[in-house]
Design a binder for this molecule. Structure first.
Ligand SMILES: *Cc1c(COP(=O)(O)O)cnc(C)c1O
Length: 409
């Protein structure tokens, strides 16, 4: 351990950090691919991918190269100027999607904030003051700003912060009848995750997304897909909505876009983008040259048949292995997801105990995630080596053995 590393430890967190997180007991200091090392030199396999952020694993050489090359050129110029990395990334994102226009920001919440503001603005400009209602799904997650946390359908995150923004309604996910009963001429936008990530890795049903698209068209409401988690190859397509053939009016993405460097984007058509005229919206760091240079390198690698097909194949493999493990130990009710966004739902005997299994995994030198109290979530690197995936599964079985032996069923 170097002297520098010895100077701080996990205990410092409890002294100097706002206590809104409860981080693990160790401090990671280095990563390479799907392996991570802590201060003591312990090596862990990472099947959590920084919560679906490290889409190309840790310190991918092409990203290190893109970041360091740009670091020697230009870091920031403000939005008084544009910059080459932002323009290049925007060109490639629009070429790869339905969209014609891009707004860059720095986090998923900010991209959603922009999307929701745009939807309200479009409705205001085209239909007047009364069309401002937003429909979102129960259990959805859209970020933690006051607006986005209230659009998200998890009251435990939004309660206790004063008056709520008006005009937001939540309906059951995958329930088209509930959407039909709620949407109206006053609705300006419907926002959905094509795969609900935080609340259990729950994919939308085909008929649901098709039906919601038709309802949005009927009521002149914009359809926003929040692909902050499901986007950038995670599902085995560049964006998860491509699996359904249902196109949104606005798309947001973040997490894997920077492969670990903060960046997010809101994508839309020229017609809708026109409503965010000069001065209507902005952010100091959005379109940062370092972030966009990394984002371009990420997109270049991920948006290839080799990587996307690999995600589909590895996802199938991972789900099959988890199903087999679930049967062997009578552990999972079902294993679901798309590509390398996988949720293993604990069966009745273990409901509420996902956190305990995640902790057992960590003791077995493996990083996995939870998605709510009942679901173990896997979001590994999209280019994870087969050997790492297999070693991760070996360690996961070790954790399962400890978990089932110690957890009263
Ligand atoms: C993580 C996430 C967000 C929030 O992103 P931040 O970068 O934390 O603001 C929004 N929507 C979805 C679907 C997410 O998974």
């Amino acid at each position: 351990m170097s002297i520098q590393e010895a100077q701080v430890s996990r205990a410092d967190f409890d002294q100097v950090m706002v206590p809104n997180y409860a981080p693990a007991g160790f401090v990671p200091v280095r990563g390479a691919g799907s392996r991570l090392w802590d201060q003591s030199g312990r090596e862990l396999i990472d099947l959590s991918g920084g919560i679906a952020v490290n889409g190309l694993g840790h310190c991918h050489p092409a990203l290190v190269e893109a970041l360091t090359t740009q670091a020697h050129k230009l870091w920031h110029v403000s939005n008084v100027f544009t910059n080459e990395p932002a323009l290049r990334l925007a060109r490639k994102l629009t070429a790869a999607t339905f969209a014609d226009r891009v707004f860059f920001s720095n986090s998923g919440a900010e991209a959603n904030e922009a999307a929701l503001k745009l939807a309200r603005r479009v409705a205001h400009d085209r239909f007047g003051e009364d069309k401002y209602e937003i429909i979102s799904a129960l259990n959805s997650f859209h970020g933690r700003t006051v607006f986005t946390v209230n659009v998200g359908g998890q009251p435990k995150y939004s309660e206790g912060f004063g008056p709520r923004p008006a005009g937001i309604t939540h309906v059951q996910y995958n329930d088209l009848a509930a959407m039909e009963a709620t949407i109206s001429e006053r609705t300006c936008a419907v926002i959905l995750e094509p795969i609900q990530g935080e609340s259990g890795v729950l994919p939308a049903e085909q008929a649901y997304l098709e039906g919601v698209r038709a309802l949005c068209d009927k009521y002149n409401a914009l359809l926003i897909f929040d692909e902050v988690q499901s986007g950038m190859g995670r599902s085995g397509k560049l964006f998860a909505h491509e699996h359904y053939g249902v196109t949104p009016d606005i798309l947001t993405t973040a997490k894997s876009l920077g492969g670990g460097f903060p960046i997010s984007a809101m994508l839309t058509t020229s017609d809708y983008a026109a409503h965010l005229a000069v001065g209507t919206h902005g952010t100091t760091f959005g379109g940062n040259p370092l972030a966009c240079a990394v984002g371009e390198a990420v997109l270049d690698i991920i948006n290839t048949p080799a990587v996307l097909d690999g995600v589909l194949a590895k996802g199938e493999y991972l789900r099959a292995k988890l199903r087999a493990l679930g049967e062997k130990y009578n552990l999972f009710e079902l294993v679901r997801g798309k590509g390398l966004l996988v949720g293993a739902v604990l069966n009745q005997a273990y409901k509420g105990k996902a956190g305990a299994l995640m902790a057992a995994a960590e003791r077995a030198d493996l990083l996995v995630l939870v998605a709510g109290p009942d679901v173990i979530r896997f979001a590994p690197s999209l280019v994870i080596e087969h050997a790492d995936l297999d070693e991760g599964l070996v360690r996961f079985e070790r954790a399962v053995i400890e978990f089932v032996s110690q957890t009263p069923a």
